[in-house]
Design a protein around this ligand. Sequence first.
Ligand SMILES: Nc1ncnc2c1ncn2[C@@H]1O[C@H](COP(=O)(O)OP(=O)(O)OP(=O)(O)O)[C@@H](O)[C@H]1O
Ligand SMILES: CC(C)(CO)[C@@H](O)C(=O)NCCC(=O)O
Ligand SMILES: [K+]
Length: 240
Amino acid sequence: MILELDCGNSRIKWRLVNASLQPEHSGSLSWLEFQARALPEIFRQVSVARVRIGSVAAQDITQDLSGVLKALFAVEPEIAGVASPCAGIRCGYDDPQRLGVDRWLAVLAAVAEYPECDLLVVDAGSAITVDLVSPGLHRGGFIGPGLHMMRDALFSATAGVKVPSLAPDLPSSVASTTGAAVSGALRMMQLGFVEQCRLRFSPDAHIVLTGGDGQALLAELPGAVWRPALVLDGLRLALP
Ligand SMILES: Nc1ncnc2c1ncn2[C@@H]1O[C@H](COP(=O)(O)OP(=O)(O)OP(=O)(O)O)[C@@H](O)[C@H]1O
Ligand SMILES: CC(C)(CO)[C@@H](O)C(=O)NCCC(=O)O
Ligand SMILES: [K+]
């Protein structure tokens, strides 16, 4: 088996793929669970020949994770970086090392599926990122706060807007409760962000969505596709 991990800002998403590259097991854990060494039970039951890591966590935390996995599986984990060009695509950042590797992995996987298209690659997780791609070239992109970060900002900076959870969909009517007012606004802000990126910079782009909050945008963006494992899918392209 090959273990692939997408280490994000809030969670570690992982999957075990077999020799035919088919995922056999997958899951996620929080950084707190990792720190408590509460690793998935299956990790102790399988033999792992390779470990591929994509991480936007701090370097010491990533090294800690790598060390734990090395001790567990007796293989040296491979950690993806942004190498440009890769898989026929050039990175648009002035300094490619500054681009979040999760963004790069998502771009590589999206381009592998749609090599001839202008793309908007949208990752709606802890943060929301939009990357613009034209054939052979990553042009750059934009970064905004994720839904829960925005909710937390209102929660901590106001006395009267303390909304515990967000509705799953875009609003279909004008809000008449605080919860619906916040939830509707934040989801419309995400949609507006994506639409503005397309309108201003790539009107014909095909949209590829990933991240926990990407699915809610799917119904609002005609022609868009939803690829929940996009970042993990990029790992085998960055670390063939
Ligand atoms: N405090 C929270 N309570 C409930 N949901 C949250 C909270 N924080 C984040 N989330 C949600 O969890 C989901 C996680 O998104 P995703 O699966 O893309 O992974 P992530 O780890 O948050 O993202 P990243 O890879 O950027 O760290 C998102 O829907 C996000 O809005
Ligand atoms: C933007 C995030 C936090 C999204 O996970 C990550 O890609 C990151 O830490 N990026 C580094 C900064 C940049 O991409 O410009
Ligand atoms: K992410």
